[in-house]
Design a protein around this ligand. Structure first.
Ligand SMILES: NC(=O)c1ccc[n+]([C@@H]2O[C@H](COP(=O)([O-])OP(=O)(O)OC[C@H]3O[C@@H](n4cnc5c(N)ncnc54)[C@H](OP(=O)(O)O)[C@@H]3O)[C@@H](O)[C@H]2O)c1
Length: 318
């Protein structure tokens, strides 16, 4: 099979398409023909070995100290079950599924093996590209806003980085939960973020966050330019600060009304997001869709720091 392989940490050019053996599913795994897979900001971080301050050493222990241990990136995929391991009875060849592979990665390929407990059925109404695009930002926005900050009707939420993969989901989910949403974005993306449900827009190029007078019940930073100190300044008393890109120091200090750390990858959350997509409550915002041969271009787009929602790769020949 063909896969996007990288042998060393570095710029987008280190990722190349190569022939590699097709994996075989173990007893509790399924083999999936990948139809669409996201190139996420996390994939680009791992490829470039660029981790939030203080996390470099820990991350390299997981992903490979000198060279990448996992040679194929990619975790948020959608595809079709090709075969199942001997211990799998809830999925069968032909089922349309999507999921996340966690730190095992491996989804930037034509085929992927993954534990059956890590996948959800993809409703026919949701395209593969949209399913692959929803998972990365959707699961983190859901965990932080619904589970950690208990966002509900009447709550005011500021989403910093409202046009990224996490931000576009955060705006829509906060709105779905009944919140009044302010999105921080650039003027070029203001219309999109408004369409996604933001009631107010702050243009970060015009009005820096340090000049904002308003206070919010929840501040969700998906950019990484807020600290515990600067984020708290934007909060009402008892407000919740969510730092999705905290360095090690703020992650250790985060407790109570300050939330940091990694969001979990839960199948029930995948199913919840997919159902919202079926109902038209959320949409996957797609920046661009690339063929597997263009995977380095996909990484370049992610590295720009200005993608709009999600960058998707289609590994199967068209
Ligand atoms: N903790 C967790 O579990 C978790 C989970 C998922 C992701 N993350 C982290 O969350 C971060 C965001 O991920 P992502 O994939 O959503 O990023 P992304 O899609 O790459 O973000 C790009 C977007 O950020 C906007 N942006 C750039 N600078 C900005 C600024 N100063 N103010 C406001 N918006 C700005 C850009 O808009 P313009 O083009 O208008 O500049 C662009 O639309 C990443 O660092 C990722 O590692 C954490």
């Amino acid at each position: 099979m063909r896969a996007a392989v990288f042998q060393r940490y570095g710029p987008p050019e280190v990722v190349r398409v190569a022939e590699v053996p097709r994996p075989e599913p173990r007893a509790h795994e399924v083999l999936i023909r990948v139809e669409a897979v996201a190139v996420t900001s996390a994939d680009a971080r791992i490829r470039g070995a660029r981790f939030p301050p203080g996390f470099g050493f820990l991350a390299r222990l997981v992903f490979g100290v000198v060279r990448p241990r996992r040679r194929i990136l990619g975790s948020c995929f959608s595809g079709v079950v090709e075969s199942v391991g001997s211990g799998v009875d809830d999925f069968a060849p032909g089922d349309e599924v999507c999921g996340m592979t966690g730190t095992r990665l491996g989804a930037h390929a034509q085929y992927l093996t993954v534990a059956a407990k890590r996948i959800a059925r993809k409703p026919p109404e949701v395209f593969h590209e949209d399913a692959a695009g929803l998972l990365f930002g959707g699961t983190s926005a859901l965990c932080f806003l619904r589970d950690k900050a208990s966002v509900g009707p009447g709550v005011t939420v500021l989403v910093n980085g409202a046009s990224g993969a996490v931000g576009t989901n955060a705006v829509q989910l906060a709105k779905h939960l009944g919140a009044a949403v302010t999105g921080v974005t650039s003027s070029g993306n203001a219309d999109l973020v408004t369409k996604l449900g933001a009631d107010h827009i702050i243009d970060y190029a015009q009005d820096g966050l340090s000049t904002v007078e308003e206070r919010f019940d929840v501040v969700f930073d998906t950019v990484g330019n807020l600290s515990i100190g600067s984020g708290r300044r934007l909060l009402n008393t008892d407000g919740v600060l969510i730092l999705a890109v905290a360095g090690l120091g703020d992650t250790i200090r985060a407790r109570g009304k300050v939330v940091a750390g990694a969001a979990p990858e839960r199948v029930e959350d995948f199913a919840f997001l997919l159902q919202l997509a079926v109902e038209g409550e959320i949409t996957a915002v797609l920046d661009s869709v690339y063929d597997l041969d263009e995977v380095a271009d996909a990484h370049r787009r992610v590295d720009s720091g200005h993608k709009l929602g999600n960058v998707i790769v289609r590994p199967q020949p068209r």
